[in-house]
Design a protein around this ligand. Sequence first.
Ligand SMILES: [Zn+2]
Length: 147
Amino acid sequence: MPKLCKAGVQLREQIDDDYPERDRKSDGWIADTRHSTRKSDHNPDPKSGIVRAIDIDTDLAAHKEEVFDLVEKIRKCAKRGDKRIAYIIHNNRICSPTLNWKWRKYRGPNPHISHFHCSFTTLGDDNGKPYRDWETDRKSTRLNSSH
Ligand SMILES: [Zn+2]
């Protein structure tokens, strides 16, 4: 049975916590039959059945620009050393360890406007620990609102 890696489950949960009203139409994780012939992290690992990628709808039911902040949070998390994240594609750009998480032009067939893509390494297969920067953000929001 195919299943999403724990790092992916956790990331999606944290996004859902922050944006409970978000649109999920362009969400996804497992490749549909149309895509499964292509090499993609959305295809289950032939041995373990684990899928190491998620797509998140860019409509967060917030500010249009908010998704850029969210993607930036994930990127920073990866840059700071969370090795569960393999690469991110959003808005014609891709970032990965290749240029130390600097954005570069993405030339794939899908520009990733309606959703962004996040791939995970095998380190995320069984590691569903919370992504750290979110906690910091929540704490600062809480502090601000108490004043
Ligand atoms: Zn994808």
